[in-house]
Design a protein around this ligand. Structure first.
Ligand SMILES: [Zn+2]
Length: 212
């Protein structure tokens, strides 16, 4: 490859990486502002199209504090390629998803209270609304203890193998993992999972009004 060709490739890569970072910051801020994720919990990541590079939120950084400069870029083996911070502790769960599903370009993980509450009682989050059915479909509950460790990684790999088109799942006592073809869409899916769990909970718990 010529020097000009290398520069062209590098420039395209920089542009693609910047686009992913911009989407991550935008999505993180939105999730924080609407209360989908509080404090410094949760994480989100995006894959740079056509590469094995993943940009992920750093550990201990709130969704509300995400900037392009405090994100971390890693490869599919989890090695840091760029960034000063420590990647989110759930990095290996994200990498398991990107490895199993090469078409996935965004993951949003957050600790939605309605989803966690439903996951205590049900094997899946019941999709009642037509919107949830058409946009996401079945939302299984993954009953595995652990926090971004090897046991969780293996359980996620098994779930993805069993459900090839999966768009979201809820890890019991932990939270939502929403996956999509972009970071923006993954965050939208996470919102929809939480809304779906709220509807499922309300329908399950509330007695229908009496008709006089
Ligand atoms: Zn988490």
């Amino acid at each position: 490859m010529t020097a000009t060709g290398r520069r062209g490739h590098g420039s395209r890569l920089n542009t693609a990486t910047r686009r992913v970072k911009d989407e991550l910051v935008k999505s993180a801020r939105r999730a924080y502002e609407i209360g989908l994720q509080t404090g410094d919990g949760g994480n989100l990541s995006g894959r740079v199209t056509g590469t094995d590079l993943i940009v992920i939120k750093a550990s201990g950084v709130s969704f509300g504090e995400c900037t392009p400069d405090n994100l971390v870029t890693v490869n599919l083996q989890g090695e840091i390629v760029h960034g000063e911070r420590v990647p989110s502790r759930e990095l290996f769960t994200h990498l398991a998803i990107y490895t199993a599903r090469p078409e996935i370009l965004g993951i949003c993980h957050c600790h939605g209270p309605w989803s966690i509450a439903c996951a205590e009682f049900y094997p899946q989050i019941r999709c009642i609304s037509l919107h949830a059915r058409s946009k996401i479909g079945p939302i299984p509950v993954l009953k595995v203890a652990g926090h971004g460790d090897l046991k969780v990684k293996k359980a996620v790999e098994a779930l993805l193998a069993k459900c090839p088109g999966l768009k979201a799942f809820v890890q019991a006592r932990h939270g939502i993992f929403a996956i999509a073809e972009s970071v923006i869409r993954a965050e939208h899916h996470a919102e929809l999972v939480e809304e779906t769990a709220q509807i499922a909970w309300l329908v399950a718990m509330r007695k229908p009004p009496q008709v006089s």
